[in-house]
Design a protein around this ligand. Structure first.
Ligand code: ATP
Length: 257
């Protein structure tokens, strides 16, 4: 397939004009086997932006992240990373190109210590000292727990470790799937505060959430996903209230207990 010319204005369908997209999906259809789950997704994510995909169970949010991380190749449509057409490019190649994913469930190694989990991230050539220094500067609690097995950390600390590992690769884009899963509201607020800082440093962030309150605080754009389509998109304060209520219910204002 010929390489499409990157849009000079980054006009992304969801992007404020004049910022080039780190990740862009155009008319993406994707699914599992022969079953199509995404029916034409358009999104564009520039550096430093936070786009939250919100919506009910089974809407297709995680499937969008699977496409954006390279786990699932589009059946149709275009997937670009920094202007390059990357349909079908493997996850590891996308990771090396700067697209880093934290899947639902955090995926830390429970039988390794915090330090050992971080040491794994030295494969890219960054020294262990540097990986640890960055991780501990951002998450001081991990420094206190450096010799502790990751499986014995609290859920919030495991999520911090997953984020610290992801950031060790200095990603251009970070994909976060339901980081609030199973965590107390205050912990979720802390994690989203860090998400906001990471975005302010220029990382493009695409995230999914079922419980929207904390995500809405840091997201500069929100896409309501339903039935494999984006039903509405805009700044959090721009979403039509009837749609927000219909798609998010209490999730717009309440964290799950
Ligand atoms: P949730 O928060 O519950 O994960 P979601 O919005 O992230 O919801 P997806 O996980 O993307 O939704 O699922 C979208 C649809 O795809 C659902 O109907 C789901 O059953 C289906 N699906 C997800 N993963 C698979 C899979 N591996 N094989 C087959 N169907 C799948």
């Amino acid at each position: 397939m010929p390489e499409p010319t990157p849009s000079p204005s980054g006009t992304g369908l969801l992007t404020p004009a004049r910022r080039p997209a780190v990740i862009e999906l155009r008319s993406v259809r994707a699914g599992y086997g022969r079953i199509e789950v995404l029916h034409g997704i358009d999104l564009s994510l520039p550096a430093g932006a936070v786009l939250a995909l919100l919506g009910p169970n089974g809407a297709g949010k995680s499937t969008v992240l699977k496409v954006a991380s390279g786990l699932l190749a589009p059946m149709d449509g275009c997937f670009h990373v920094m202007g390059r057409h990357v349909n079908g490019v493997a996850t590891d190649a996308l990771a090396r190109a700067g697209v880093c994913t934290i899947p639902e469930g955090r995926a830390v190694f429970p039988n390794l210590t915090v330090s050992e989990n971080l040491r794994i991230m030295t494969y890219g050539g960054v020294s262990r000292g540097e990986v640890e220094a960055r991780a501990f500067a951002r998450f001081p609690r991990l420094a206190e727990r450096r010799k502790q097995l990751a499986g014995t950390l609290s859920g919030g600390e495991q999520q911090m470790l997953a984020m610290a590992r992801a950031l060790a690769t200095e990603p251009a884009a970070l994909l976060l799937d339901e980081i609030s899963m199973g965590l107390a509201p205050l912990v979720v607020d802390d994690l989203y505060a860090v998400v906001g800082q990471i975005a302010a440093e220029g990382v493009a962030i695409l995230l999914t959430e079922q419980f929207a309150r904390a995500a809405m605080r840091v997201a500069d754009r929100v896409a309501l996903v339903s039935g494999g389509r984006i039903a509405a998109v805009g700044r959090p304060d721009e979403l039509p209230s009837d749609l927000a209520a219909a798609y998010l219910g209490g999730g717009l204002t309440e964290q799950a207990s």
